[in-house]
Write a protein that binds this ligand. Structure first.
Ligand SMILES: *Cc1c(COP(=O)(O)O)cnc(C)c1O
Length: 442
């Protein structure tokens, strides 16, 4: 390819209009009808549609209990309460994730210890967990980051050895498989967001899944006061009727109605996305500077709906070209992409200095024994801190149209072939790269 880079006035590699190639979520007439039916019946605040959705979601996963929530944040909060996190307890969570994998723990009197991530999977590094376990540790949080299933065998083995609970955050990975099993079914409980940007998209909502009756009932008693009659365990039933957390967490039934249709559509959509993304990365196989963020083909791991599809960047193969400059050149070619991923949480003031509850101490350490400081300063999690320079958000194709996808792959090859021309004007990476949320990715 000898074309001039579009950044320097050449023709764009992507010539065809994207149309609905990236559009998400896909709103069908059936969804409109389902939502209108609930709206017209005035049943927005009931739980009948929601309970149908729960039964279908549980059946899809082969799990005993699904409990719908008004957000993924709420579902994960309830999961944390469900496994019994309380005052002074710690959860271990990867530093690179959305804040709702851990921040709710503060309101339970607990706190978070961050672990580093693996630079290739972008999930928690199983080698960086065990030395962080203290007598206060209760939970390991496994996040299947941008679709990549976390190393559940090793995480479960560590949890078993130390008597910990495992919560899976499935917000990026609905329908993904770990060695054949659906993610969200392996830990003691899982929580997932189904807000509109996620690959299973239903408005604002979240889902908790578990096979453990006690976790399920604790989640019920925490934020679902209207289902007090479902509580069977004596110690919980005695205090049911009002929400223990003081939270009202039930799902809006317009979400439940949309979600029921989305759940039926999802397997087909997932297959289409999986085909498109694998086709795209296969086209780029062997290209310098870039690696797919996906498990090996023979691993038994799959990416589900490829939420916020991410690419791994290897600047050393392109003369040190910054990922920011690389993405600038791609954007000029017509590719929706940009540098970075979620920022490392351990560096945010919320986890260092902020005193949320007025205890006269940073909340991160306020409920720990006197003199114990688990805060993690800059330099303590090197992979998480350096990752913004080594990842980018990739085109997230929703349809498997090979000739259109080929144009995007051409753009990547063109930019990589011309990388030397990009070096002189390279501004370098932003010092404060990454985002707290990934919702600008489409
Ligand atoms: C989106 C998301 C959540 C929270 O879900 P909401 O529905 O937005 O509250 C939790 N964890 C991760 C990893 C997420 O991406």
């Amino acid at each position: 390819m000898t074309d001039q880079l579009a950044l320097f006035g050449g023709p764009k590699a992507v010539q065809s209009a994207p149309g609905d190639l990236f559009k998400w979520p896909i709103i069908t007439p059936e969804i409109e009808e389902a939502v209108l039916t609930v709206l017209r019946s005035g049943a927005m605040s009931g739980v009948d549609v929601t309970m149908q959705f729960e039964a279908e979601y549980a059946a899809w996963h082969g799990m005993s209990y699904a409990l719908a929530h008004n957000t993924g944040t709420a579902a994960l909060h309830a999961a944390m309460f469900g496994v019994g996190i309380g005052h002074g307890d710690e959860i271990i969570c990867p530093s690179v994730t959305y804040w709702a994998s851990c921040a709710q723990v503060y309101s339970l009197g607990g706190t978070v210890v961050f672990a580093d991530i693996d630079p290739d999977t972008l999930c928690i590094d199983p080698d960086d967990i065990e030395h962080r376990i203290t007598p206060r540790t209760k939970v390991l949080m496994a996040v299947h980051y941008t679709g990549y299933p976390a190393d559940m065998d090793r995480i479960m083995a560590i949890a078993d050895r130390h008597g910990l609970a495992v919560i899976e955050d499935v917000s990026h990975a609905h329908g993904g498989r770990y060695k054949g099993r659906l993610v969200g079914t392996i830990g003691h409980v899982s929580g997932a967001s189904i807000m509109s940007g996620k690959s299973l998209a239903a408005g604002e909502g979240g889902m908790l899944l578990t096979n453990d009756r006690r976790i399920y009932e604790r989640a019920l008693v925490f934020g679902h006061y209207e289902r007090a009659n479902k509580i069977t365990l004596d110690d919980l039933a005695a205090g049911a009727g009002l929400p223990w957390g003081g939270y009202k967490y039930r799902m809006h039934q317009l979400t439940s109605a949309m979600a029921r249709v989305q759940l039926r559509n999802y397997p087909g959509q997932m297959e289409e996305i999986d085909g498109a993304m694998n086709c795209f990365w296969d086209m780029l196989a062997g290209m310098p500077g870039v690696r797919a963020h996906r498990p090996p083909a023979d691993s038994g791991l799959t990416m589900g709906g490829w939420y916020a599809a991410t690419g791994l960047y290897r600047p050393e193969e392109l003369g040190g070209l910054s990922v920011r400059r690389f993405c600038q050149a791609l954007a000029a070619e017509g590719v929706p992409c940009g540098p970075g991923c979620n920022k490392a949480l351990h560096l945010h003031p919320l986890f260092n200095t902020v005193d949320v509850y007025g205890q006269g101490k940073p909340t991160r350490i306020a409920n720990l024994p006197e003199g114990v400081d688990i805060r993690q300063p800059a330099g303590s999690l090197p992979v998480a801190e350096g990752i913004q320079e080594r990842v980018f958000f990739a085109p997230w194709f929703k349809h498997c149209r090979t000739s259109a996808i080929e144009e995007y792959a051409d753009a990547f090859r063109k930019v990589a072939e011309h990388y030397e021309e990009l070096l002189p004007g390279d501004p370098g990476n932003a010092t404060d790269g990454g985002e707290w949320g990934l919702s600008r990715r489409r």
